[in-house]
Design a protein. Structure first.
Length: 451
């Protein structure tokens, strides 16, 4: 469905052609050769989103982004291939570039930015994605941490924050680590890293900067996760100064604090050691993560659930239609975990109404069934989910004999399903078959994975 967004220009409403179905423009935030960024709302549900329209999107990466869920990466809800448009979560935050325009950050805040960048990069790298232009402009500060944006866009890169090998066309995760270290340097000094001056960097951070900005990709940390572990250890003061060789003794050596410096014997160090009472961030043959003493054996509690799953689908019965949007948290769980499902329903009844719409699947419950059964199984599968339910008051509007009802519901339940992948649906398969319901959009239902 095509629509028309509206914006105010010089006190007058201007119409704009808008080809992204299901969304209405509120205002255009930025427009240029690289595309248009607009604030929009999801029709019928009122959810605020950002739409990047007409950008040089890398298609394979765009589809991968729709599956990436991490608190340090701006979520991409949908990729509209016909418009090369990315529909993203609306983030209330400030860009790091704007923050740095006022000068350097406090060291603690800079450490949090670097750690957030690295955790976001770790999730992206696990999904097979690298960032093509990681710079302060693509880092959003949100509630004491940060979110990365700008994935999946063909871009030449910002010179001061681009790894040297990328200028030769080599795009690897190591290049992202260079960019993260360059951002860290800018946070600490207020300057883009042209010629790096380590004397401008607070002493505890010098090894992290030098390691990340190494010209040789092999001299950088082995992964974003490993780099994040180093950052955490330094931030918690869990590092040690290099010490001179000690005489060999037959007495047992007491275990000290975990350190980032590795013994150099029988290994070639690739790290950097800062002088003047500094610390060592060395890489010998082994891992980058700091070694910690093994915790005492304890009885394992039920692991916490992780991740988030979203679904959006439209059903039709005759001339009537039900649009649903569902959000499931956590989405990867174990038996005994508590799951919350938020559902928004928009029910449109035609003239005359032939089916009495009811909340959920008509039995006031969610329905779960194996993912392999498909969106609307033809056979009786699955079971209703026993959940505590909270619902908003229905909002009803009428136009002639047509009625539109919007209801928001929250379902909370404890997982008791066997391990497997399950779809959560507002329709039970028997009811869908009985009333002749059919899916009429290229949507999907959220998947709950039980470990």
């Amino acid at each position: 469905m095509r629509g028309c967004g509206r914006t105010w220009v010089n006190g007058r409403v201007q119409a704009m052609t808008w080809d992204v179905p299901g969304y209405s423009v509120v205002r255009v935030l930025r427009e240029g050769p690289a595309g248009r960024v607009a604030e929009a709302v999801r029709d019928g549900f009122g959810e605020r989103v950002l739409v990047l329209d007409g950008a040089p999107v890398v298609q394979d990466e765009a589809w991968a982004l729709t599956r990436l869920r991490d608190p340090h990466v701006v979520r991409v809800h949908e990729y509209v291939e016909a418009r090369r448009a990315l529909v993203m979560e609306f983030v209330e935050g400030e860009s790091l570039a704007r923050q740095l325009a006022g000068g350097p950050m406090a060291p603690g805040a800079a450490f949090r930015v670097l750690r957030g960048c690295l955790l976001g990069l770790a999730a992206a790298h696990d999904a097979g994605l690298v960032h093509r232009d990681l710079s302060p402009a693509n880092v959003l500060l949100v509630g004491g941490t940060c979110k990365l944006t700008g994935f999946g866009i063909e871009a030449p890169g910002t010179d001061a924050f681009t790894a040297p090998e990328r200028r030769a066309g080599e795009f690897t995760p190591a290049g992202d680590l260079y960019s993260a270290a360059a951002i860290f340097y800018a946070c600490l000094t207020g300057q883009a890293p042209g010629v790096v001056q380590l004397d401008l960097v607070p002493e505890p951070a010098r090894g992290l900067v030098a390691r990340g900005l190494a010209q040789n990709p092999m001299a950088r940390p082995g992964s974003a996760q490993a780099y994040a572990a180093l950052v955490e250890a330094v931030a918690r003061n869990q590092w040690s100064r290099p010490s001179p060789p000690q005489p060999v003794s037959s007495a047992p050596v007491p275990e000290g604090r975990p350190g980032l410096a590795r013994p150099m014997a029988l290994a070639v160090a690739l790290g950097v050691v800062c002088a003047g009472g500094g610390f060592g961030v060395g890489k010998a043959v082994g891992e980058d993560e700091p070694k910690h003493a093994a915790p005492p054996a304890t009885h394992k509690a039920v692991p916490q659930g992780t991740g988030l799953a979203r679904g959006r689908l439209a059903y039709a019965v005759g001339k009537q239609r039900l649009d649903v949007a569902l959000t499931v948290t956590p989405a990867v769980v174990h038996a005994g975990n508590t799951v919350t499902v938020k559902m928004a329903e928009r029910r449109r009844a035609g003239c005359p109404p032939v089916l009495k719409w009811r909340i959920g699947d008509g039995q006031s419950a969610l329905w779960s069934y194996p993912r392999s059964a498909g969106l609307l199984p033809a056979t009786r599968v699955g079971t209703p989910v026993k959940a505590d339910v909270r619902r908003s008051q229905p909002r009803v509007s009428a136009k002639g004999c047509e009625r539109t009802t919007i209801v928001h519901s929250t379902y909370t339940f404890t997982v008791s399903l066997a391990p497997g992948a399950y779809l959560l649906s507002p329709w039970s398969p028997p009811r869908a078959k009985a009333v002749g319901a059919r899916a009429v959009s290229r949507g999907r239902l959220p998947v709950l994975t039980v470990k």
